[in-house]
Design a protein around this ligand. Structure first.
Ligand code: PMP
Length: 418
């Protein structure tokens, strides 16, 4: 039974339940303008990417200027100024120890690259290792490798037979942090290739937050065991947690780090995987079979790199981080009343991200309340996409406190839906 007028198959969309898509014509700052004339507040930065707001003038200008000069070039054997400037700006903003930058196109591919770098290192030094240690409830993307290191569940049940086996440590729920650390120590004894983790916040797994000291301990355990520590900062990067990168709060220097989403200020698809010099060195050889065999057609696309360069210039200005601190404070003020509201559980915030769980019997991603919440928020002209019964707010940094008032008033009303 097919009842669909458009031939477009949308991502993470159940077309049988949502036959009509919201048609957006224009975006400006924290607002989207729909074809039917509505102004919609983008409370989730369009899947967590639009950090500085839609169509930020500096990023738009950078894209326009680059598009006049060079829009695409094969990145094997060639380079260009925007990519070189992005790489050197990134290395200035990230902690010393991360020495090389590999470009790709999405968060998922930056994770695939990270996994391949880790395995490539062990292979090339002649001590092959394959096992990856992960954290329960993690999400690292939707490609087969990224799904394999993410939580098993409804998102990937159909593909289970294709996913490779991993060792999972439990999420460090409050009071159970030591169990996580013990499990990681145990898993590291089996000499895995790497441990991959989302620092401070597990995003699509339910906006689950854990403290910086646990992150620091996890890095210490990996380092002592000689296991590569991969930080997936695809969501947490670019100020989301209150610092430019989440790892800074734990004074952790990852061995491999993945950044995407806000890398271009959310304007164009681009990702990077940074790594330690030793990992590059293991691939640096007269022996061509040790080459890092990874590419995509659009690796380091010059227009995307120009957008990223404009974003990185914004982060070199301390005012950008002050703006983030201000958004974090506004979010805390807006969230405070919910901490005493019995209709919500686990009211939480890390930096600019807040999360609240509606206290319903039926929880999880497929919670019955999900589609009703989506419809309700749409009716209030808000772009909010709860993860089941978990409502979260991750706004662009140009959001105003009046916008947040509108967002949280709707969240309070949504609690009366069930
Ligand atoms: N890692 C994390 C932590 C993410 O949150 C996401 C996307 N939500 C990804 C990886 C995958 O990124 P992309 O959707 O760009 O492939």
């Amino acid at each position: 039974m097919r009842r669909k007028t458009s031939p477009i198959w949308h991502p993470f969309t159940q077309h049988a339940l949502q036959p009509e898509m919201v048609r957006i014509e224009r975006g400006e700052g924290a607002y989207l303008y729909a074809a039917d004339g509505r102004r919609i507040i983008d409370a989730i930065s369009s899947w967590w990417v639009v950090t500085h707001g839609h169509c930020h003038p500096a990023i738009v200008r950078a894209i326009q200027a680059q598009a006049e000069k060079l829009t695409q070039i094969i990145f094997a054997g060639h380079t260009h100024e925007p990519a070189e400037q992005v790489a050197s700006a990134l290395l200035k903003l990230t902690p010393p120890g991360l020495d090389y930058v590999f470009f790709s196109d999405s968060g998922s591919t930056s994770v695939e690259v990270a996994l391949k770098m880790a395995l490539g290192y062990w292979h090339n030094i002649g001590e092959p290792r394959a096992r990856i240690v992960v954290m329960q409830h993690s999400y690292h993307g939707d490609t087969i490798g990224a799904m394999s290191v993410g939580a098993r569940g409804v998102f990937n049940a159909a593909y289970g037979p294709l996913l490779f086996d991993v060792s999972a440590v439990p999420f460090p729920h409050e009071g159970q942090e030591q169990a996580t650390l013990d499990a990681l120590e145990q898993a590291c004894r089996a000499k895995p290739a790497a441990f991959i983790v989302e620092p401070l916040i597990l995003g699509a797994g339910g906006m689950l937050m854990y403290p910086a000291w646990v992150l620091k301990e996890m890095k210490r355990i990996c380092e002592a065991a000689g296991v590569w520590f991969i930080a997936d900062e695809v969501m947490t990067g670019w100020g989301r947690t209150g610092t430019l990168f989440a790892c800074e709060q734990a004074e952790v220097v990852p061995d491999i780090a993945c950044y995407s989403k806000g890398l271009t200020g959310g304007a164009l698809p681009l990702a990077v995987t940074l790594c330690r010099g030793e990992i590059f060195d293991a691939h640096f050889s007269q022996d061509r079979s040790r080459t890092f065999f990874h590419s995509s057609s659009y690796t380091a696309n010059p227009v995307a790199c120009a957008a990223a360069r404009a974003n990185l210039e914004m982060w070199q200005d301390p005012a950008t981080l002050s703006g983030v601190t201000e958004v974090a404070a506004m979010q805390e003020r807006a969230l405070a009343p919910f901490r005493a509201d019995a209709r919500f559980k686990n009211v939480r915030r890390t930096g600019t991200i807040t999360g609240l769980d509606l206290d319903v019997r039926d929880s999880g991603y497929l919670a019955g309340i999900g589609p009703r919440l989506l419809e309700f928020f749409g009716g209030r002209n808000l772009l909010l996409r709860p993860l089941g019964n978990t409502i979260y707010v991750m706004p662009p940094y140009c959001v105003t406190s009046a916008d947040l008032d509108e967002i949280y008033a709707a969240i309070a009303d949504a609690a009366n839906l069930h």
